[in-house]
Design a protein around this ligand. Structure first.
Ligand code: ADP
Ligand code: MG
Length: 449
């Protein structure tokens, strides 16, 4: 019989790496309690946590423990209000984990969670989406190579993986490799140091479909570029399908050899643009369905109106809200969403640079019942000094002016004085409720948030 405490320690480490953040809120409350008759006992601080932890990650915990111990071990979850959960590493990110519970494909480089069926195509993406489908239906024949480019979180990996999954399903004999340019590079380096360069070459030159994600990573990696150049030629000459993604158009890639750029530009280049509001709502609804989140449609609309940069942020917002809702056991209102999504949502006023230093001074002066002139001046009156510090703090937070520029607008104060004011308010914000109230009232007056 394995030592259960060490089995649990190892399981904890593995699960910290693999559990999606939505499950971490439950997992992080678990502590090791002991063993009894070969049974591993884990405790949670209340019934509420016990039930949710067991429901959300019980299976992963049992499977991981079994895999480590190489035998079946009974796991019991009990309530112990004094239990102190172990300090855990932070969840990988507040952003959603990529398709955490997706069943693995027989082709281990593919992630089955990404498919054409769960990609919502809008005007921003229909060209890329249709091209990807045509490629998947006729690999090596239609558009070869194909490059999908666009900003972060817009669905490049999703489309690339969908191509792989579609081919894998319809042409199971085809050899498909999905690889990020980063892994390709690391694998190449490792193969060199292990004297296995020929195995590396053979691996990548003997596929039917090569999907390389994020080729911008290859910038400045000369030897990897050289290797990819030969791999590319070999595959291309043999009519094997190559699909690449990049965060920008090839013409804007620097530090990539011209001959490789020329290869990338052959075939078809398609772009992904940020989705319009209606597409964002459709995607958000789809994500909620997939993940069983129940978020009111008014709140969904609020999120989609305010997060328009990319889908990854949209997903992050949905995960944050749904975790919050299950933790507090309350439905999400727009007010809660506004509060919880502060890190995701940038007010339109800030985004459009509508906030000026003068408008900050004016609002702060109003709040403290002093004049603009007082704030810009040299008075040592306590109330005025505080208003001055707050205006400076807000100017550094809400505008893109540098500290010296802010100093100039405050009747020529130097940049260390400005820095001092910013630091002063930052530290007061941590301790003083009345300052917090004042700052957030003036800020929301300025931003409309
Ligand atoms: P990129 O590779 O461009 O950075 P990803 O493909 O990783 O972006 O997309 C980020 C997240 O957004 C993924 O979870 C993906 O499933 C989702 N996503 C992006 N675009 C769409 C879309 N049009 N429909 C559904 N989900 C999308
Ligand atoms: Mg990607």
């Amino acid at each position: 019989m394995a030592n259960l405490e060490s089995v649990w320690k190892e399981a904890e480490e593995r699960l910290e790496q693999s559990l999606p953040s939505a499950k971490r809120q439950w997992f992080d409350r678990i502590s090791y309690c002991g063993e009894n008759d070969g049974k591993l006992i884990l405790s949670l601080p209340s019934e509420f946590f016990r039930d949710n932890a067991e429901k959300s990650c019980g299976d992963e915990i049992r499977n991981t423990i079994e895999a480590i111990a190489e035998e079946s071990i009974e796991v019991a979850f009990i309530v112990d209000s004094n239990a102190k959960p172990a300090a855990r590493k932070k969840a990988a990110s507040a952003k959603p984990q990529k398709a955490p519970e997706a069943p693995a494909s027989k082709n281990t480089t593919l992630n089955k969670a990404y498919s054409f069926d769960n990609f919502i195509a809008g005007d921003n993406s229909s060209f890329a989406f249709n091209a990807a489908k045509v490629i998947a239906q006729n690999p090596g024949i239609s558009y070869n190579p194909c490059l999908i480019y666009g900003g972060v979180g817009l669905g490049k990996t999703h489309l690339l993986q969908s191509i792989g999954n579609y081919i894998d399903e319809h042409n199971p004999k085809m050899k498909i490799i999905y690889v990020t340019a980063e892994s390709f590079t690391n694998e190449f380096i490792n193969s060199l140091s292990a004297n296995q360069a020929s195995a590396f070459k053979a691996k990548y030159r003997n596929v039917d479909v090569l999907l390389i994600d994020d080729i911008h990573f290859l910038q400045k990696k000369d030897q990897t570029q050289e290797e990819l150049f030969h791999t590319f030629n070999e595959l291309y000459d043999n009519h094997k399908q190559i699909v690449l993604t990049c965060d920008r158009p090839i013409t804007e890639l620097s530090d990539i050899t011209d001959r490789l750029k020329t290869r990338f530009r052959k075939g078809l280049n398609v772009d992904l643009q940020p989705p319009a509001y209606e597409t964002r709502v459709a995607i958000a609804m789809q994500k909620c369905r997939e993940r069983n989140y129940s978020i009111d449609s008014k709140v969904l609309e609020y999120i989609c109106q305010n997060i328009d940069t990319n889908i990854r942020d949209l997903e992050g917002a949905l995960t944050t809200l749904s975790s919050f809702a299950s933790l507090v056991g309350k439905p999400i209102t727009i007010e809660i969403a506004r509060e919880q999504l502060k890190n995701f949502i940038v007010s339109p006023a800030i985004r459009n640079n509508d906030i000026t230093i003068d408008s900050i001074i004016r609002k702060t002066a109003d709040y403290f019942n002093v004049t603009d002139y007082d704030i810009k001046g040299k008075s040592r009156n306590k109330n005025i000094i505080l208003a001055r510090h707050i205006s400076i703090y807000l100017a550094s937070k809400l505008t893109s002016y540098s500290l010296s520029e802010i100093g100039k607008s405050m009747n020529g104060k130097d940049h260390t004085t400005i820095m001092h004011s910013v630091d002063r308010i930052k530290s007061l914000l941590e301790t003083d409720e009345s300052i917090k109230t004042a700052v957030s009232a003036i800020e929301s007056d300025l931003t409309g948030f």
